[in-house]
Design a protein around this ligand. Structure first.
Ligand code: CTP
Ligand code: MG
Length: 181
């Protein structure tokens, strides 16, 4: 694969893990997952992790994966790249892993004394990638190792933080998000 192909495959394969966070921001609200519970004087997760945002995020990511499967061959022809189809287990695993990573990050933020909305550089940008890939690896090991080759993974690790920072800054500018990270 040349560099262009690697970048296109990396972006395509990660899209179902990228979108859940944004859907959660748009759909969030309502009851927090931790039900207000605290541990050692701090919230378990905080008000920023809700059932509604999480469910909408997973559903949005899964629907996007199905839509990508539907347009895979014309899209692949248009860019001249062999794009991977998402097996059904991965359709769910990527967005569910992304949301789990975001939730785990909030858990770690609360344990380290960071209030809701506080930045945790590095963790904020990659939490969802790590868990999305882990969930995918468990759901479909062969597909995951075939798709996320070392060059693809390298692109994902470099490009994801940039995409995450720019979409969040955009959401902040539009008034959809409380902080620019
Ligand atoms: N959101 C949600 N459920 C999720 C993730 C996000 O409802 N599982 C919504 C919440 O309204 C949240 C907003 O999306 O406030 C922004 O998400 P995020 O930045 O992850 O949450 P923060 O409010 O910054 O909280 P935290 O410090 O725990 O990350
Ligand atoms: Mg935040």
């Amino acid at each position: 694969m040349d560099v262009f192909e690697v970048v296109v495959v990396a972006f395509w394969a990660m899209l179902p893990a990228y979108v859940p966070n944004n859907v959660a921001v748009l759909a969030g609200g309502g009851a927090p997952i931790d039900g207000g519970r605290t541990w050692r004087g701090r919230r378990l997760l905080g008000d920023g992790k809700t059932w509604r945002g999480t469910a909408a995020g997973v559903a949005g990511g899964a629907l996007l994966a199905l839509a990508l499967n539907a347009v895979r061959s014309p899209a692949g022809d248009a860019v001249g790249v062999a794009l991977p189809a998402f097996p059904l287990a991965v359709v769910v695993a990527l967005p569910a892993g992304a949301m789990a990573g975001d939730i785990l990050a909030s858990f770690l933020k609360r344990r380290t004394g960071r209030e809701r909305g506080a930045a945790f550089p590095g963790l904020d940008q990659l939490d969802f990638v790590v868990l999305a890939l882990l969930f995918s690896l468990v759901a479909a090991p062969g597909w995951t190792t075939d798709t996320f080759t070392l060059p693809v993974l390298a692109v994902v690790v470099v490009v994801t933080p940039l995409l995450h920072l720019s979409t969040n800054a955009g959401a902040y500018a539009l008034g959809l998000k409380d902080e620019p990270w």
